[in-house]
Design a binder for this molecule. Sequence first.
Ligand code: PGA
Length: 259
Amino acid sequence: MRVLICEDAAAAARRTADLLCAQVAARADAVLGLATGGTMEPVYALLRARCAAGTLDLSRVTTFNLDEYIGLPQDHPQSYRATIQRMLFDAARIPPERGHFPDGTAPDPGAASAQYEGLIAAAGGIDLQLLGIGENGHIGFNEPTSSLGSRTRPKTLTQSTRAANARFFGPDEKAPRFAITMGIATVLDARACVLIATGHKKAAAVAAAIEGPVSAVCPASALQMHPAATLLLDPEAAADLTLREYYDTVHPGGGEAPL
Ligand code: PGA
């Protein structure tokens, strides 16, 4: 695992955007796995700005979103399809047919999940998967105790995830209880994984993911098994790491290794 502790949250977002840009520079028609959540918002703002400035061209990429709520209409502003459309697709001029989302409106979510796995495989797999992390250690909506071998499937959200997501919904709305999410094994199939975590609320989950045992209780710990996982942290999210000095030595200021 590459553990990059950046100067602050803005620097972590910048480095995340840089890694995505490097992937697209290496392969203009890259297959990108996209994540949503508050932590990702500054990353997408940077990508929009780079597209507007002409320094980034996302018009040839193919994308797969990590997860989607079950039961929200696709045009609900908090559906992840609508969120990514607003945060990235409109400004980046990504053709709509290149964006893929688990179908949270499908009558048979299990069948829709299997179909999603097929679409990822047909695209040749994911080159770079963006990830956030939940306060409970989830990646995507793989809640604690999700099988480390899981594939895309419907999941019941934990109370803590629903509470964390309630802020995105109006006072009269209930945060959805179910979602379709890529599985942990689906995520691990990506050729590179880039996880960003900022803020003190993520410190315990980050420490468990990096320094704890590989365990379904902390789904993000599965990234320890991935040969090309990069974790971008701000100092608050890194606060509970025991080997902090080592990470700072290997990647001073969150930069590349001096080797
Ligand atoms: P957040 O969500 O960025 O809104 O904290 C991250 C996640 O739950 O994966």
